[in-house]
Design a protein around this ligand. Structure first.
Ligand code: XMP
Length: 518
């Protein structure tokens, strides 16, 4: 269940999704301009749009050609609804085709940077754009003739109609992509459309998000009690802080500490939520229980399965001890609920299915972050007073250090890895370019080797330092850490962590490697 229907309280822009990657980026850019936006499937009907009363529409980019087999089309009656509409790339071509313009088939595309020339000074959409600027293009076909009544407002060397508008009808379009950072004045164009053309005020702020969510949660929950699983990650932490603001003592958080968190992490969760926020927190120290189950297990999938199943077992054991709990809070985010540009886009993945409720156990779900993107969740978390270490935490697998210990997991190995990992993270964090690194940590492989310290022969573990740059974890490159930084890490780890006698640096990109080792 969605905690808040923001579109009922906020002027909303609907982004018609002709291709997921573009639609999500556009929706985020609109929100950065402080206007609430939602993604809807491209085949949404004019009636449905009229019912939802959006303040504006944006048509996203999409597949290479409007002539491709199965290329998505839209309900053209939408253009008659008198809702300000902006089309990008594929969205512009559809607008042109549906309204009587032409989109000649071509085999010559335009990909990458292009110089845009504004050819209609005083035009509405490109008012803030200088006569010449840089834009990002990614298309094959393009508009040949704009439909009747439209003014051509810009061109590039290869695209005669790079932007067009029909001010009286409120229809605007660009062949380039204003939503990507490479388009110099892209965000200005989006803001002009939203604030000046469509007249939408910039009211989507973190304070508003929090106030509205808090109000909605209070209404949804009433006097009821809510349980929330805390992991120390960003999403569950923000859910907990938000719910606590909304319903105070009606919330109980259960922190299942599997013993595989990083150094000080468990203590930090307890400090923040129990001591700072005064949340009713159940801290279950389950390390021994987990280690008993994991004894002798070396297969990575098996380790993950055991840890995942045990989490829910411990969680529901605790839940059963509490009385009168009706609600279970979950940190589901917006990207989890949108499926991309297919006919099934409106279908929302059911997260109910992911929770293995034991026989006879039932909770209603409350998902207060369901409308938010990750960057918004972080901003909300900061606004709610969560510390930086939680708000800007690097991605960390649910099974924790278990995926960074190769082979059997034991208490001793966990302690070794925790100590080495803390040094790796401390040293890289102190480097002035650490924000360029997506993720960094230590891995403990299942080998030992001979070394020498002082006059003594050692037979110890190596650790592997992993540091990668990435935009989204789908691909990654190993970070070019300075040699003196690597040297400091190596010296400190070997001097300070008894049992480790070698430090290696992983110079594998993804693909072919992965970020984690397992
Ligand atoms: P790989 O190793 O597949 O990791 O390149 C990609 C990203 O996903 C993170 N990761 C996880 N995150 N639960 C999570 O929440 C998990 O089980 C998990 N496993 C990997 C990993 O840290 C990297 O950022």
């Amino acid at each position: 269940m969605t905690a808040v229907d923001y579109h009922e309280q906020q002027p909303t822009v609907l982004v018609l999704d002709f291709g997921a990657q573009y639609a999500q980026l556009i929706a985020r850019r609109v929100r950065e301009a402080r206007v609430y936006s939602e993604i809807v499937p491209f085949d949404i009907s004019a009636e449905e749009i009229a019912r939802r009363k959006p303040a504006a529409l944006i048509l996203s980019g999409g597949p290479a050609s409007v002539y491709a087999e199965g290329a998505p089309r839209m309900d053209a009656r939408i253009f008659d609804l008198d809702v300000p509409t902006l089309g990008f790339c594929y969205g512009m071509q559809l607008m042109a085709l549906e309204l009587g313009g032409t989109v000649p088939r071509t085999d010559i595309g335009e990909y990458g940077f292009a110089e845009l020339e504004v050819v209609a000074p005083g035009c509405r959409l490109l008012e803030d754009v200088p006569e010449r600027s840089q834009v990002w293009m990614s298309h094959r076909d393009s508009v040949g003739e704009a439909p009747d009544g439209f003014t051509v407002t810009a061109r590039t060397a290869t695209t005669a109609v790079a932007a067009m508008e029909h001010v009286e009808r409120g229809l605007f379009a660009t062949q380039f992509h204003p939503e990507v950072a490479h388009t110099e004045f892209g965000q200005e164009i989006i803001k002009r459309f939203l604030h000046d053309v469509a007249g939408i005020p910039p009211v989507w702020t973190m304070v508003n998000i929090i106030d509205e969510t808090v109000a909605a949660v209070r209404e949804q929950v009433g006097e009821g009690r809510v349980i929330c699983g805390l992991s120390g990650g960003v999403d569950s932490s923000v859910v907990a802080a938000m719910l606590h603001r909304a319903i105070g003592d009606q919330l109980t958080c259960v922190f299942v500490d599997h013993g595989m968190l990083r150094q000080n992490e468990a203590a930090e969760v307890v400090r923040v939520f129990r001591d700072q926020f005064h949340v009713d927190l159940v801290h279950v120290d389950a390390e021994e229980r987990y280690l008993a189950l994991l004894a002798g297990v070396t297969d990575p999938e098996e380790k993950r399965r055991i840890i995942g199943e045990e989490f829910w077992r411990v969680f529901f054991e605790e839940a059963e001890k509490l009385e009168g709990v009706r609600w279970l809070a979950q940190g589901t985010l917006y990207p989890d609920v949108i499926e991309s540009g297919s006919k099934t886009a409106a279908k929302i993945k059911s997260h109910h299915n992911l929770i293995p409720f034991p026989e006879g156990v039932h909770f209603d779900l409350i998902e207060p972050l369901k409308a938010l993107f990750k960057d918004e969740v972080r901003a909300v978390g900061a606004e709610l007073g969560l510390p930086d270490e939680i708000v800007h935490r690097q991605p960390f697998p649910g099974p924790g250090l278990a995926v960074r210990i190769i082979g059997e997991i034991t208490h001793e190995k966990l302690e070794l890895l925790r100590a080495a990992d803390a040094i790796v993270r401390e040293e890289i964090a102190a480097w002035d370019r650490d924000r360029e690194v997506w993720q960094y940590f230590a891995v403990l492989p299942d080998i030992r080797s001979v070394g020498v310290m002082g006059d003594e022969r050692t037979y110890g573990h190596p650790i592997i330092v992993r540091a990668v740059s990435s935009a989204d974890a789908m691909t990654a490159d190993w970070a070019r850490l300075p040699h003196d930084l690597l040297a400091r890490i190596s010296n400190r780890v070997i001097n300070e962590v008894d049992g480790i006698n070698r430090v290696a640096y992983d110079i594998t990109s993804k693909p072919p490697g992965t970020i984690e080792w397992e």
